[in-house]
Unconditional design. Structure first.
Length: 312
């Protein structure tokens, strides 16, 4: 009588495991059999607005605007009443560029107009003279998407640098950085570099009431005072490509120093300044409505005084 082997069809344990996928794998295989059960994409990338203040920068724009990433939602050129072909050159390079006529004088006024007009989820502030590299925009956007509320460029982090900062400006910047870190308990490595980015929903935390160079510096400080997450990214500052620099070191330094000391002893304003400016634009406030030496529209001057008065 021939004996039958009862385990002739048995498989080694490792073969059994191999042919019986884990539950998670089985679930994945089941889902991939029905691709329409899952939408193609749940995620919508944030829209990025790039604000470029410009005053007689026709020679520089051909070197700056083409380097802005193609995926940027919009580019806003804030023209400070240029007397050259700045606007025409910008429109020739980027036909879809938005040109904003600056109200008031000074870089702070230009940033105020640009930020108020931006419609993207993220606002990046870029110089038109070629000193700030548009190719670094992804680093700013990445830091914001990773959880930052405000991202500022630093020339003194590892990987950063500058070829456009004389020794006296380096010393002044170091002193202002030290002063800011002592007065406001921050940990900045750079304070006078104007390459910044912010979520549009956080724009109310910026110091946009300043018309002059202090706007950028006090914005860095104020977002920190409000407890927002501030991140520095390494940047390299290039020399201006053409034309004359608008910055005069000593007057600008004095403006910044006075603004920092004032900010230290001033309560935080209510976050209503930018929205009030947007409303004033929507209601047709004319350039002639400016009042006072600071160049603010009359409605905004009243709002500023009211905010400071209520805070006090």
């Amino acid at each position: 009588m021939e004996l039958q082997e009862p385990y002739a069809d048995a498989q080694p344990p490792w073969q059994i495991i191999e042919h019986q996928p884990a539950p998670a794998v089985q679930a994945t295989d089941y889902v991939t059999d029905f691709p329409m059960l899952i939408p193609i994409a749940f995620y919508r990338p944030p829209k990025v607005s790039v604000v470029v203040p410009a005053l007689n920068e026709a020679e520089n724009l051909p070197h700056v605007l083409p380097r802005i990433p193609h995926w940027v939602h919009e580019v806003l050129l804030v023209d400070g009443h240029s007397t050259d072909e700045t606007v025409a050159v910008a429109r020739r390079i980027l036909p879809g560029i938005r040109v904003i006529a600056q109200e008031g004088r000074g870089k702070g006024a230009a940033l105020r107009c640009g930020v108020a007009a931006a419609t993207g989820d993220i606002v990046v502030m870029l110089d038109a003279d070629g000193s700030t590299d548009p190719a670094e925009i992804p680093a700013f956007v990445g830091a914001l998407m990773a959880g930052a509320d405000f991202v500022k460029g630093s020339r003194f982090l590892q990987g950063g640098g500058t070829v456009d900062m004389p020794r006296h400006r380096q010393i002044a910047n170091a002193l202002l950085v030290t002063l800011a870190n002592v007065l406001f308990r921050t940990h900045f490595t750079d304070i006078t570099y104007g390459y910044n980015a912010v979520w549009n929903s956080r724009r109310e935390s910026l110091a946009l009431e300043f018309d002059n160079w202090a706007s950028e510096i006090i914005s860095n400080i104020r977002v920190a005072r409000r407890g927002l997450r501030v991140v520095e990214v390494a940047c390299f500052e290039h020399k201006r490509i053409a034309g004359e620099a608008k910055l005069q070191a000593f007057p600008a330094g004095w403006q910044i120093l006075k603004a920092m000391l004032s900010e230290r002893f001033k309560p935080l304003m209510e976050e209503t300044f930018v929205e009030a400016f947007v409303v004033s634009q929507a209601t047709g406030a004319a350039a002639g409505d400016y009042a006072g030496s600071d160049g603010l529209p009359a409605t905004l001057s009243v709002l500023y005084e009211r905010a400071v008065g209520e805070a006090q």
